[in-house]
Design a protein around this ligand. Structure first.
Ligand code: ADP
Ligand code: MG
Length: 340
């Protein structure tokens, strides 16, 4: 099975079956401990069950996203996450000790990589291979990564944006920035505070982004009714927001992303840069779904920008393809040759 261990969402893709699991990368624990909570039916509070608790947790419980910043903040909780997901997929399938490919953020350290491998082994994997997320995204987007031509992928996730130029089955240039979908939500939260004295939660902010958010003007402007808590009276209240004001609130995190893209291009070998004039840039990850973001990146770089097909599942589908063609990849890091 191939696993996309994302900062927001974890997906599992099985050859011949497609995406068999897609849940938030969230674990609910007792506050101050690493003890994963159990639901009334005895199952662990991981994934959807834990996400529902985010922002609504009673004092003694916290819902944790262990990969939120593209680094592993807590090994034990990450292990619980992997165990739960691998176990869940295995429970429904016949493979006993599967080979697992896991896509990890390109910025994680050797120690973190080792921890992911160990966790997956504890969870029952026979052999574990890691692939860097931008590579998996590019494979999932059907880019010609094995050929002697440059491909460029910009994967805008929840916690991190990974930008990479790939050629000959290798990453030639790669940058990672901790600005992505979560920062769009945060910018909306700040805007609502400043403009309306209205406190809103992360889930509400995300809904606003998805419903009326945009990076550049596209189509008709929209409005949306938003509910939250008045910062002065402390009482619940609603207000109307427009797509224009949300767009302007998103400009700051957007420019951090476009700067990372242009910086990566500036550092590329001239021959690879030349290829990109024809090959353009491909966007993956949930952030690629923000309306008009392709246009903003195209304007900043002067290159053609297209969205990968189904950007949210790109990395997971890429890991499953990678698994099928393991021997073709030179730089695979795997469990039993202690490559770290
Ligand atoms: P990760 O790989 O880091 O887990 P994902 O690729 O799953 O992240 O993307 C999650 C991010 O994409 C979240 O910030 C989410 O709000 C955002 N997202 C999902 N759908 C949309 C959409 N339609 N428009 C804008 N952002 C979206
Ligand atoms: Mg991702």
């Amino acid at each position: 099975m191939g696993i996309d261990l994302g900062t927001c969402n974890t997906l599992v893709c099985v050859r011949g079956e497609g995406i068999v699991l897609n849940e938030p990368s969230v674990v609910a624990v007792r506050k101050g401990t690493n003890k994963v909570l159990r639901m009334p039916d005895g199952s662990y509070a991981v994934g959807w069950a834990a996400k529902e608790m985010l922002g609504k947790t009673p004092g003694s419980i916290s819902a944790i996203r262990p990969l939120k910043d593209g680094v592993i903040s807590d090994f034990e909780i990450t292990e619980a996450l992997l165990k739960y997901f691998i176990g869940k997929v295995q429970g429904r399938h016949t493979f006993l000790h599967p080979r697992v490919v896991i896509a990890v953020p390109s910025g994680i350290t050797a120690v973190e990589k080792r921890a992911v491998i160990d966790s997956a082994e504890h969870a029952g994997a026979r052999r574990v291979f890691l692939v860097e997320e931008p590579m998996a995204a590019a494979i999932g987007a059907n880019l010609p990564v094995n050929e002697a031509t440059a491909s460029m992928i910009v994967d805008i996730g929840g916690g991190t944006t990974e930008v990479a130029i790939l050629s000959l089955a290798d990453i030639a240039q790669c940058e990672s920035v901790r600005t992505a979908g979560d920062d769009f939500d945060e910018a909306i939260i700040n805007h609502m505070k400043k403009a309306y004295n209205l406190m809103i939660g992360e889930q509400t902010a995300e809904r606003i982004k998805i419903e009326i958010g945009s990076a550049a003007p596209v189509g008709e402007e929209q409005t949306m009714e938003v509910r939250g808590r008045d910062m002065i009276s402390g009482l619940p209240r609603k207000t109307l927001v427009t797509s224009e004001e949300i767009r302007s609130a998103l400009q700051e995190p957007l420019s951090a992303i476009t700067e990372t893209v242009t910086r990566t291009l500036e550092r590329a070998e001239p021959e690879l840069a030349a290829d990109l004039v024809d090959n353009g840039i491909t966007l993956a990850g949930g952030g690629a779904l923000l309306r008009g973001i392709d246009k903003v990146i195209a304007d900043a770089t002067g290159l053609d920008v297209r969205q990968a097909e189904d950007p949210l599942t790109c990395v997971a589908r890429g890991t499953a393809i990678y698994l099928e063609h393991l021997e073709e990849w030179k730089h695979t890091m795997e469990s039993d040759n202690n490559g770290s």
